[in-house]
Design a protein around this ligand. Structure first.
Ligand code: FAD
Length: 508
């Protein structure tokens, strides 16, 4: 494609990068008496918040049973479970959904984050409970290697890898030996050591494949990944005799947050405040005071209990009095920057597989947005929307800060896609990049076994939801499980029971 033709493609940049910036600049201006010279993504002010800048806190203007901070799937689920109570749900973005947020192009849904669930996860039954019937994917993932699409990569695909016979045999031996590992017996070890320990003696191509797969799913390549995750994936997801038990909707798991918002909003509009950024959560003896900025106004509300459904890198900055060890544990959780680039074509370009892995490119995999409905009677695919997952290294976070560099990332994804396979050199009608600075925590060794159990311990009246409380991998199910636990803890506290000393919930 010539540069001129590319100039006609519309690139849309969306999403907030400074997710960890609980601040409104107008407040800062009011305090200093000078006009703000920077915009909301300026690190100078974020760093002041991080470094403990104290905001003025107006008098309490309202009281609630429970204030829920953060309107991703975890916060929305908590609100749904507390709908019999006087709750207040606060979210800094103008929309609900967090990392499970759906968008549309001319009525066609596509994902900006969370993609699919497994039948064994709690999200499956939760979705049904709220009136969403999960749609089967029924298609084992393929990979594109050397321009060739290999369907059912870890199944029949291993017989057709475009590699020398020795490498193909290496893949098969690797699979066999990973399936033979006793996960129950070796659980502690597997969660404590990096996956690279298990890759020695195998062809380099296997590491390359996992170094592509890991960052997309659990935020890290083999060197930094707890070994349990790929071993679990092989044993439980890709067993030859197993059905694909993954489900989703067009636009991915954002369908769940959209549905939750649709259920709650008509009844509780007053108690669901978007565009409300929390700057301080201060526990007292008989209540917790929550201060937030909405527009240019600072407000303080009081609650008998607060559920923090925000990620821990923000939470530890805004909740006062978190015990030092717990705050340190929160600080140890690392997060990758992770934009999703949607390529919107007005003709069919790729419909061969649901989620296709593409080692050696700027993106790791891409998903066909309308996969689950493409064969429904009467459905006609007007736009072939491909969601390209583009996990990045921590040190590259800064590239998402400006529109120019974010657009460059999208252009690189398009460039790589157009070279991917014969027939992929097609111009999209639009390219959409949704950028997020810290959306996916990294499933590093010991995170699940040592750090997360400490992170989620309840305070007296403050309870910790969000998927990063659970583990072992960032999932929508983890967010829902965290909400279920935090709501139970809050209900117990409202009923006068003391907060439990330890919590031990594992995402379903
Ligand atoms: C690209 C990508 C792909 C993924 N794919 C899958 C998948 O296929 N399957 C799966 O199960 N999971 C997947 N995940 C993980 C899944 O999306 C998350 O685990 C889940 O959405 C987390 O929900 P949450 O509510 O716990 O947290 P979040 O979504 O992070 O929600 C936290 C909310 O708090 C808000 N907030 C932050 N600070 C403040 C503040 N100061 N004041 C007020 N509000 C604040 C944020 O704006 C956000 O809305 C994926 C994640 C990403 C990024």
């Amino acid at each position: 494609m010539s540069t001129n033709r590319r100039d006609f493609i519309k690139f849309v940049v969306a999403g907030s990068v400074a997710a960890g910036c609980p601040v409104d600049l107008s407040l800062f201006a009011a305090e200093t008496g000078s006009a703000p010279a920077v915009d909301g993504e300026d690190n100078k002010i974020c760093h002041q918040v991080r470094d403990g800048k104290v905001f003025s806190r107006p008098a309490v203007s309202a009281r609630h049973d429970v204030v829920i901070v953060g309107g991703g799937v975890s916060g929305l689920s908590a609100a749904y479970l507390l709908r019999h109570r006087d709750f207040l749900l606060l979210e800094k973005e103008p929309h609900w959904g967090g990392n499970a947020y759906i968008m549309e192009f001319q009525g066609n849904a596509y994902a900006t984050g969370s993609a699919f669930l497994e039948k064994s996860e709690n999200t499956f039954s939760f979705a049904r409970e709220i009136g969403l019937e999960p749609l089967p994917i029924n298609n084992w993932d393929g990979s594109i290697l050397k321009g060739e699409f290999i369907p059912d990569f870890w199944g029949e695909g291993l017989n057709h890898l475009p590699y020398p016979a020795m490498v193909r045999e290496g893949f098969k031996r690797f699979k066999k030996e990973m399936l033979a590992i006793d996960m129950q017996k070796r659980r502690t070890e597997l969660f404590s050591v990096p996956f690279t320990n298990f890759l020695k003696g195998y062809p380099e191509e296997i590491k390359q494949w996992w170094d592509n797969y890991g960052p997309s799913n659990w935020g890290v390549a083999s060197d930094d990944s707890a070994a349990a995750l790929p071993v679990y994936e092989l044993q439980n997801t890709w067993l030859a005799d197993k059905q694909d038990e993954r489900y989703t909707w067009p636009g991915g798991l954002g369908a769940i947050t959209r549905k939750l918002a649709e259920i709650l909003h008509p009844k509780f509009a007053e108690r669901m405040q978007a565009g409300a950024t929390i700057v301080a959560v201060v526990p007292g003896k008989s209540d917790v005071q929550v201060t937030y900025m909405q527009g240019t106004e600072l407000k303080t509300v009081a609650a008998k209990a607060v559920i923090m459904a925000t990620p821990k890198f923000i939470t530890r900055r805004i909740v006062e009095g978190i015990p030092e060890k717990q705050s340190d544990a929160m600080h140890q959780i690392r997060y990758i920057p992770y934009p999703v680039v949607n390529l919107i074509f007005d003709k069919p370009v790729f419909n061969k597989g649901y989620d296709t892995w593409c080692p050696g490119n700027t993106f790791t995999d891409f998903i066909v947005a309308d996969w689950t409905i493409r064969n429904q009677p009467g459905y006609q695919q007007k736009y072939n929307i491909l969601s390209c997952y583009t996990p990045m290294h921590e040190e590259d976070r800064g590239y998402l800060l400006t529109e120019i560099s974010a657009r460059k990332i999208a252009q690189n994804v398009l460039r790589d896609f157009q070279k991917l396979f014969p027939g992929s050199n097609v111009d999209p009608v639009e390219v959409h990049i949704y950028r997020r600075g810290h959306p996916l925590y990294m499933s590093t060794p010991k995170l699940f076994t040592e750090i997360q159990p400490l992170v989620r311990q309840a305070m007296d009246r403050v309870f910790f939801a969000n998927t990063d409380s659970e583990g072992p991998v960032s999932t929508t199910s983890g967010g829902i499980a965290a909400a279920q636990r935090a709501v139970k803890e809050a209900e117990d506290r409202l009923a006068g029971k003391p907060a439990p000393k330890r919590t031990a919930v594992v995402a379903g």
